[in-house]
Design a protein around this ligand. Structure first.
Ligand code: NAD
Length: 367
């Protein structure tokens, strides 16, 4: 199969983790006999510094001409004082819009080898396997009008939360479909006791449920969901929620399973899928070769499954992550009690090696 992928390493630890994810993808392509065509482009702070634009046209064109996009992270303190549209994050928000990526899938899975990394007791977190389906193109992050107005000392700020029935209906259908492939339990998270957007959300999700009688739908307020996620994470299967609630709950889910650095995401809905780790550019550790590349590598697994429909290859990458963790390899964010930390490159290299050997022994090799 031809795999045409645009890579956007971006800022901070983005290039460090993306290069490891690409090594794994290259190993999958050669081991399983696929033709990988890679193109690398700029986004975020690096694009701002070079072109004065966080999402240059050449980047959009390359992304739209590929089958899938692999992104590292955007964001840099150097641009913190810039107006919103000239910040690195504006490039990512626009890219999601350009790709029509309205459905953001964020799995959070417990690895037994990382029991010590969770702040929760093992008997509470053991077995956690959550899929957060976050609406990605609506809500507060995109709603108009938005502004900060007035003179210093008297300024007021405005953001708008806005959702249409059609926006809620399409993301709900994605979540119900995914629930059918899992334990068939869907929790819709909102704040319908306070917000009109949430009341509409709950009404539309409830009506979509009629088309999915095999899925058990329940509802919860976001504050209560945040508490339950910490108290009983194994109670959750698929969580469906709007943009900002999903942003916050998925970072919390990362904390529950051990590290934000482990979490991968897929943003789907348009012709081209966007895959990226959930974490940001982590300026505090950038350039030191210590970032955890697993979120980026697991994003490659999501790409293989969702864009290329290659479940065997996706499982091979996931097995590589599990086996590497079982083998005791830990980046610094995963070490406890004086355990030795490996570098980003060593961690990625272990998984690439696993894929190379697994593809060879399963007779999938191209040559
Ligand atoms: P962050 O995710 O970058 O970092 C939060 C904490 O987690 C930091 O202590 C960091 O060192 C640690 N961390 C994150 N990823 C890690 C990894 N792979 N390995 C080890 N440790 C890791 O969030 P932040 O500090 O709030 O934001 C930093 C910048 O990233 C900001 O400019 C923000 O806007 C941007 N950001 C970008 C994205 C994205 O590109 N999708 C997402 C979130 C934040």
């Amino acid at each position: 199969m031809q795999l045409r992928v645009t890579s956007l390493p971006g800022d901070g630890i983005g290039p460090e983790v993306t290069s490891q994810a690409i090594c794994v993808l290259e190993e999958v392509a050669s081991g399983f006999g696929h033709d990988l065509e890679l193109d690398e482009k700029e986004i975020g702070g690096v694009a701002l510094a070079k072109y004065g634009n966080p999402l240059p046209d050449a980047t959009i064109q390359a992304c739209l001409a590929s089958h899938a996009v692999l992104l590292g992270a955007v964001g840099s303190p150097a641009f913190d004082q810039n107006p919103r549209e000239r910040r690195p994050e504006a490039g990512l928000l626009r890219l999601r819009q350009e790709l029509g990526a309205f459905a953001n899938l964020r799995p959070a899975v417990y690895y037994p080898a990382l029991a010590a990394c969770s702040p929760l007791r093992e008997e509470i977190v053991k077995g956690t396997d959550i899929l957060i389906v976050r609406e990605l193109l609506g809500g507060l992050y995109f709603g108009q009008p938005r502004s900060i107005e007035g003179n210093r000392g008297e300024r007021h700020a405005l953001n708008t939360m806005r959702y249409s029935e059609a926006e809620i209906d399409r993301i709900a259908r994605v979540a119900f479909q995914l629930a059918l492939t899992r334990r068939r339990r869907l929790l819709s998270v909102d704040k319908s006791n306070v917000l009109e957007c949430s009341r509409l959300w709950r009404e539309v999700v409830t009506s979509v449920a009629c088309d999915f009688p095999g899925v058990d739908l329940s509802h919860m307020y976001v504050d209560s969901a945040a508490m339950s996620l910490a108290l009983k994470p194994t109670d959750f299967d698929v969580i469906l929620t709007e943009n900002m609630f999903g942003d916050i709950l998925s970072d919390q889910a990362g904390g529950v399973v051990g590290s934000l650095g482990l979490l991968a995401s897929a943003s789907l809905g348009g012709a081209v899928g966007l895959y990226e780790p959930v974490h940001g550019s982590a300026p505090d550790i950038a350039g030191r070769g210590i970032a955890n590349p697993l979120g980026a590598i697991l994003s490659v697994a999501l790409m293989l499954r969702h864009t290329f429909n290659l479940p065997k290859e996706a499982e091979c990458v996931e097995a590589g992550v599990t086996s590497t963790l079982m083998g005791g390899f830990r980046t610094r964010d995963l070490t406890r009690n004086g355990e030795r930390a490996v570098t980003t490159e060593e961690m990625g290299g272990q998984i690439a090696e696993f894929v190379r050997l697994a593809a060879g022994t399963s007779g999938q090799g191209a040559s």
